[in-house]
Design a protein around this ligand. Structure first.
Ligand code: DGY
Length: 319
């Protein structure tokens, strides 16, 4: 059995596969694999460990001669045509739960960085521009008594709400369905997206990307946000219509925005770099030693299960 891994992984995933008699080939370069390289390397693989940065569409799937499983090393799987893979009897798996805490921690860091203007403060120190304490210097926003709007009350949304609640905030949420556990635990009410944006001081985005959530935050509803509000996105860039958000930030119609993900990343809109009221991170929500090792190892477990004729641990399906 052969497995192709599109990027060098952290932790013991490779050893686990080898210990199970699986031959492993890892793309050797420290960059995203090109489509041509991907097509060439996966042709005769029995399993693939892919990253969310590779588009695994019908053409790629049709090129597979014997693949039984695509283990995506991410919780998001919008890069894969899951329905088509399943039709071809190829299992698709993701890495849920294990990255929830790391992503929630980073989300809170982004919220605080935006609300307390950490970027401006840090820049001032590095540029040796600080002339001393001033009563009005870099005034930010406090968390206590603020309303946090969680957009997407899944596992990560829940973990962010839990952290934010400890700051003395009120939690509200938007989701397609009612989440009773979420409502009970945080005394949270569900609102339509527009109503949430009108009410929230902090908006945190945690939706999976699909046809229904693409640009779900857009020109029409973003403008309803409060003037002193903060928005952060650690899910997928395409959920927010970025150019409309940039316009609001430029005109200071909202206080600040924190980005870990971007439309069309890794290329980012150059306007973002010019703004003082944004905090920009390079898609590092799950980037802790513990989480990235666990993600890779879960991919290996899924591969071992499927290649030995058993059910995967964390399959995904699209109906
Ligand atoms: C995911 O898991 O979907 C992240 O975006 C990468 O960790």
């Amino acid at each position: 059995m052969k497995v192709f891994i599109t990027r060098k992984l952290v932790g013991k995933a490779e050893q686990m596969l080898k210990a199970n008699g699986i031959q492993v080939k890892t793309f050797p370069e420290d960059r995203a694999i090109s489509r041509a390289e991907l097509l060439k390397n996966i042709k005769d693989a029995d399993g693939i460990i892919s990253m969310f940065t590779e588009k695994i569409d019908k053409k790629v799937i049709d090129n597979l001669e014997r693949c039984k499983i695509i283990a995506n090393c991410a919780v998001g799987f919008n890069n894969i045509d899951v329905r088509y893979a399943n039709e071809k009897n190829i299992a698709v798996t993701n890495t849920p739960e294990i990255l929830t805490d790391a992503t929630a921690d980073l989300t809170v860091a982004l919220v605080l960085a935006c609300a307390r203007r950490l970027r401006e403060g840090e820049r001032m120190m590095r540029k040796n521009e600080w002339t001393g304490w001033k009563p009005q210097q870099l005034l930010g926003l406090e968390m206590k008594n603020k309303t946090v709007g969680i957009v997407g009350a899944g596992r990560i949304g829940y973990a962010v709400a839990k952290r934010m609640k400890s700051f003395g905030t009120k939690i509200i949420y938007f989701d397609r369905k009612n989440n009773l556990k979420f409502e009970k635990e945080f005394s949270a009410k569900r609102f339509s997206l527009s109503a949430l944006l009108r009410r929230a001081d902090i908006v945190s985005v945690h939706l999976p990307l699909d046809k229904k959530t693409l640009h779900i935050l857009n020109k029409d509803n973003l403008k309803q946000m409060k003037k002193n509000s903060v928005i952060v996105n650690t899910s997928r860039g395409e959920i927010i219509e970025e150019k409309s958000l940039i316009q609001l930030l430029k005109k200071k119609k909202i206080f600040a925005a924190g980005f870990d993900v971007y439309e069309g990343e890794p290329v980012i809109n150059p306007e973002l770099r010019k703004l003082d009221n944004v905090f920009l991170l390079p898609h590092i929500g799950s980037a802790t030693v513990e989480t990235r090792s666990a993600m890779a190892e879960l991919c290996a477990k899924n591969i071992i299960k499927v290649l030995s004729g058993r059910k995967p641990v964390t399959p995904v399906y699209v109906r």
